[in-house]
Structure formats: structure tokens, C-alpha cells
Design a protein around this ligand. Structure first.
Ligand SMILES: [Zn+2]
Length: 219
């Protein structure tokens, strides 16, 4: 959809006339009319006001022109996963797990910020990758080449112990480094999750079903 149709739709959905919308964002009714006719698009400051009023990102107002990804964790950004400032305005650089209320929320960044920041985190990733590739000897596990930042709630799988008991090892609210790799034998996937304290490798079917813990190793 183009900006003109998007603005029209959002305005009508909110039950506002052109006049009423114009008043709320300090422009003339003619300006709104020109946007909806496709003659002009709103100025960036006005886009910010529209974004707040309609609760959609500027990217969405512009017809999702850019493929946005989180600068921290590379997750694709949609309005529902985009972070916001403390005043509710979208911050289209980060996802809501990496940044919220004006601060970086990831514990992983915080811990590394204390000892040297981003470069230290990259160093740590390299070290973890090295450990994963040399310490663990898991049949079918391909060479690990990169690790991404993963919110705990996405990777906190529930494993069934031989006695039928179900256990989870992670914390939904924490952030981990990890990756998913296809088994060299096909069929199952390996999931890797790690942080400063441990390495965990599990395997599961392609859709995440029937997870099994392969190894949990303290560092
Ligand atoms: Zn992110």
C-alpha cells in the first residue's frame, strides 16, 4: 500500500474526519487532503506525530519501504516487535527485546558494557564459537560459525527427563547467544544456547517439536 492509502485507512479506522485529523497534528485540512490524494507526503516531524497518533511505525506509514532489522540482534522489525521510547514513540533501530523505555535492556549488553562494551562482546562470541567447535564432540553437529542474540523466551525449551518430569534450563527474561544448525545427517536441527556461564546444545525436529537435551556444560 502507498502512504496515501495508509493514511486514509488509518484515519477512517480511527473515525476521524480530515479536519479532525488535521487539528490533532497541527496541519491544515488541505494538507491531509493532499496526502490522501497522493500529491505530497507528510514532513518527517508530521510523520512522527502520525506514528504516535495511529500507533504504527513511520516505516509502516511510508508503506514499509525499508526492510528494518534490529541493530542489536538482526531480528526483522515489524510494528509489533519494534522498540519504543519511554514516551511511547517507536524507535525503529531496535527490537523491543533489545531496547525499551530509552535503555538497552539486554543483560548481555549490560554485563559487557561494564567490562568494555561491544568489542568485548564480539571477542566473547569468538571465544564461545571456538569452545563450541573444540570442546564439544557431537556427531552430526556442523561447525558453528556465528552466534546471534536470542531472547530467552524464544529458546527456553522444555525437555522431558527419562522419568517423565519436564524441565527448563533457561530464564525467559534473560538473553543468550545462540544459533540453529541443521544436523549433517538431516532430519533434526541442533539448537545452541550459551552465555558467560554455560553451553547448551539440544536437538529437535524442524518445527521445534520433540526437543532433546544433548549437552549442558558449565563454563
Ligand atoms: Zn533486537
Amino acid at each position: 500500500m502507498e502512504t496515501k492509502d495508509i493514511i486514509f485507512d488509518l484515519r477512517v479506522k480511527k473515525g476521524l474526519s480530515q479536519e479532525e485529523l488535521a487539528k490533532k497534528i497541527f496541519v491544515t485540512r488541505q494538507a491531509v487532503s493532499r496526502w490522501e490524494n497522493g500529491e505530497t507526503i507528510p514532513h518527517i516531524d508530521t510523520l512522527k506525530l502520525l506514528s504516535k497518533l495511529f500507533d504504527v511505525s513511520i516505516n509502516t506509514l511510508l508503506g514499509s519501504k525499508r526492510e528494518l532489522i534490529c541493530k542489536c540482534c538482526n531480528m526483522p522489525l515489524e510494528d509489533s516487535t519494534t522498540s519504543r521510547e519511554s514516551n511511547g514513540i517507536f524507535n525503529e533501530e531496535y527490537c523491543k527485546w533489545c531496547y525499551a523505555d530509552g535503555v538497552y535492556t539486554l543483560d548481555i549488553w549490560k554485563r559487557y558494557a561494564e567490562i568494555g562494551g561491544w568489542e568485548k562482546l564480539e571477542e566473547f562470541k569468538t571465544q564461545l564459537i571456538d569452545e563450541l567447535n573444540t570442546l564439544l564432540n557431537i556427531e552430526g553437529l556442523p561447525v558453528v560459525e556465528s552466534l546471534n542474540v536470542l531472547p530467552g523466551e524464544f529458546v527456553n525449551m522444555e525437555y522431558t527427563l527419562p522419568n517423565g518430569e519436564k524441565v527448563k534450563f533457561l530464564d525467559d527474561k534473560q538473553t543468550y547467544l545462540g544459533s540453529q544448525l541443521e544436523s549433517e545427517f538431516g532430519g533434526r536441527c541442533f539448537g545452541i544456547v550459551a552465555n558467560m556461564d554455560f553451553l547448551l546444545v539440544c536437538s529437535y525436529e524442524k518445527n521445534g517439536e520433540n526437543p532433546e537435551l544433548v549437552i549442558y556444560k558449565k563454563r
